[in-house]
Design a binder for this molecule. Structure first.
Ligand code: ZN
Length: 138
């Protein structure tokens, strides 16, 4: 079951530069910065009520985020739905003919289990399912 929108991902060239808007103009608090080595990306999470803004900065030229920025420029990258059963969510999407980017969940930022659906199947909106690891608490 989808529980809520967990976060919205925004691709940026530099977190250092981009965070000024979120911190100084919007007055949001950065809860954490983290490098996700497997995705070649540095992330920064800002809290807005009970959802988050995830800034994504490429850590190398062959990062998927570098490719995205090269093609489309900085901006909206993905929407992430929190689910209580990520395997079931992936299976349901597959049954409904969605093209999957990840057949199986992998470990993303914050130790969450994450999996992406291809934007071709989702009105061009890169869609992420994520699930909190039990061991991480809520
Ligand atoms: Zn995300």
């Amino acid at each position: 079951m989808i529980e809520k929108i967990d976060h919205i991902g925004i691709a940026v060239k530099s977190i250092e530069t981009a965070r000024k808007f979120y911190e100084e103009t919007l007055g949001l608090v950065c809860e954490k910065e983290e490098v996700v080595v497997s995705q070649k990306v540095r992330t920064a999470f800002f809290t807005v009520g009970d959802i988050h803004i995830e800034l994504l900065e490429p850590t190398s030229d062959d990062s998927p985020i570098a490719g995205f920025i090269e093609k489309k420029g900085e901006g909206f990258h993905h929407i992430a739905y929190l689910t209580d059963n990520i395997e079931k969510q992936i299976e349901t999407a597959r049954e409904h003919g969605c093209k999957l980017i990840n057949e199986k969940p992998f470990e993303g930022a914050g130790g969450k289990q994450v999996a992406f659906l291809h934007p071709k199947s989702t009105n061009s909106v890169l869609t992420e399912f994520c699930k909190q690891n039990i061991s991480e608490g809520v």
